[in-house]
Design a protein around this ligand. Structure first.
Ligand code: FES
Length: 107
């Protein structure tokens, strides 16, 4: 199994467009909470990736998942995990940034 570094954008646009629901779906599947990791998955929020027009966005092993949907995110993660990375420079969000975007839990 390929180890997955999963990041969900916690920027304003992605938050409004449902990033919180995407994260909840991944958390339910992996049994992890944002900021946790195990031998297979490292799960966290990241800062805005610059793809706001394609929100909500996530990234897996440096590959973007644009216009992420709850219904397909788990399949999208598996596909993104094995592609060559597009952008390995995705920056994790700080705890303060996630807490400041507390609207994520409400969506
Ligand atoms: S807010 Fe998510 S890509 Fe910009």
């Amino acid at each position: 199994m390929v180890k997955k570094n999963i990041r969900v954008c916690c920027g304003m646009t992605c938050g409004v467009m449902g990033a919180g629901k995407i994260m909840r779906k991944i958390e339910a599947e992996t049994g992890l909470k944002a900021g946790e990791k195990n031998d297979e998955v490292d799960l966290n929020y990241c800062n805005c990736t610059g793809n706001c027009h394609l929100a909500p966005t996530a990234a897996v092993n440096g590959n973007f998942i644009n216009e992420a949907k709850e219904e397909t995110i788990l399949t999208d993660i598996e596909e993104a995990a094995v592609r060559e990375p597009q952008d390995p420079g995705i920056i994790d969000a700080s705890v303060e940034e996630v807490l400041n975007n507390d609207f994520l839990g409400d969506l």
